[in-house]
Design a binder for this molecule. Structure first.
Ligand code: GDP
Length: 297
């Protein structure tokens, strides 16, 4: 994901490391380059501005100019701010609700909701030893319902049967009842998306949220969509009480902007990252510190 960004930052830092002492001019030049690199990586403009201000504040303090290895100190400041920007630590799923804990996935069509439902189900089953049920409420795309049923079979996770002629809210309520009866720990509700943000989709997601009271309402977003990812995240966050974000397709050649902006724009943590089409090994908890290290090469 961050290849270009890493390349640009590495070059900037290399120039800095070459300097025995750093002047304010050196630091300003470096900040300008970091700013450009972030913008090119599709990080949202207000996020970049804020980030650069914070780094500037720390870097222009006595610490950097006077230190014996100013380049190193500058890099550490950038690293620490990157970690903060992405949310500091890994935010785990909150499954403490009385079972079944409901996880609802919302997002645009094609963002990876259905695939992510199955990935998450498998992760909860294998890593957390949970009994998981899944259900699709996407009555507009019978293929999506079939896809989830098929994935469930593949990973041996129960899928509550649903049909296109039913109402999404009714499906979700019935699935919740079935999950209660069957003593499942978790119910994952896959919802219908649209190609673009749209009032009907939001109204339906809101109705589903009221009906099944998810403990986790996760917004699924495609990292490849760059600046659009941030705009979409904002629209979903304004309309729904999101508890977190799953960033999909982080394995692709996305420029990384979404990973760096979404937290700051929505205030919600990225909890997982999709790293491949495969259900097995295609999902990873999101660790800001590991990603910051990766970005800095
Ligand atoms: P939905 O419409 O939101 O339910 O999206 P789907 O789950 O059907 O996914 C759309 C496409 O994205 C499918 O071809 C998935 O295989 C692909 N996809 C989902 N997650 C990832 C990911 O993390 N990495 C990659 N490379 N592809 C993904």
């Amino acid at each position: 994901m961050f290849d270009n960004l890493t390349q640009k930052l590495t070059q900037t830092f290399k120039n800095l490391r070459g300097q025995g002492r750093l002047s304010e001019d050196n630091i300003r030049d470096a900040l300008r380059e970091v700013r450009l690199a972030l913008l090119e990586a599709d990080v949202a403009l207000p996020v970049v501005k804020d980030f650069i201000n914070k780094v500037r504040e720390s870097a222009l303090g006595e610490e950097v100019v006077k230190s014996l290895s100013p380049g190193q100190v500058f890099i550490k400041i950038v690293n620490d701010e990157l970690v903060k920007l992405m949310g500091e630590h890994n935010d785990r799923l909150d499954l403490s609700a009385r079972p079944p804990a409901v996880i609802l996935l919302a997002g645009l069509q094609g963002s990876g909701k259905t695939t992510t439902s199955a990935k998450l189900a498998l992760w909860l089953k294998e890593k957390e030893k949970k009994r998981v049920m899944m259900v699709s409420t996407d009555v507009y795309r019978p293929a999506a319902m079939e896809q989830l049923a098929h994935l469930g079979k593949d990973i041996e996770v129960e899928v509550f049967p649903s049909r296109p002629d039913q109402q999404p809210v009714q499906i979700a309520k019935d699935a919740l009842e079935a999950a209660q009866r069957g003593v499942f720990d978790v119910l994952i509700v896959d919802t219908a998306g649209r190609l673009h943000v749209d009032a009907a989709m939001m109204a339906e997601a809101q109705a589903l949220t009221s009906a099944v009271q998810p403990v986790e309402l996760l917004f699924v977003v495609d990292a490849m969509t760059g600046q659009d990812a941030v705009n979409t995240a904002k629209a979903f966050n304004d309309a729904l009480p999101l508890t977190g974000v799953i960033l999909t397709k982080a394995d692709g050649d996305a420029r990384g902007g979404a990973a760096l902006s979404v937290r700051a724009i929505t205030g919600k943590p990225i909890k997982f990252m999709g790293i491949g089409e495969k259900i097995r090994k295609g999902l990873e908890p999101f660790y800001p510190d590991r990603l910051a290290s990766r970005i800095l090469g």
